[in-house]
Design a protein. Sequence first.
Length: 142
Amino acid sequence: MTVLTISPTSTTTITISLLSPALTHSFYLASTFQRLLSTTTLFLFLRTYMISLLLFQNSLYLSQVLLLKANYTSLLLARTSFAMTKEMGRLGWKASEGLRKKLWFEFMVFVLGGGGNGLILLVFWPGWIVLWCVYGAWLACG
């Protein structure tokens, strides 16, 4: 008894002949989809690049403007602070004028008054420099 079978080459040929129109249509759709996808991707990348470039330029311009404004503000603040400090020093000097006059009067009474003159002359006598130099030379020479 013999079994009838189809040869393997004929099965492959029949399968390819049946699938060939479907595959060509699928390949056409796949290539069209791939071109569409690549075009869309390229368009999105270019738009993203242009937007990022625009944002970079605007942020650079904004940082320059903010830097100039900060510089102007700091100069104005420094000038105002200096003027206020100068005015406060002048007002403080004027306010302490009475106290300075009283202290000067007390110092003069102490120096020129009774009993204090000898002590001041003893402490501030210029001859102490000469005496200390002689003492230092005596110690150095032995």
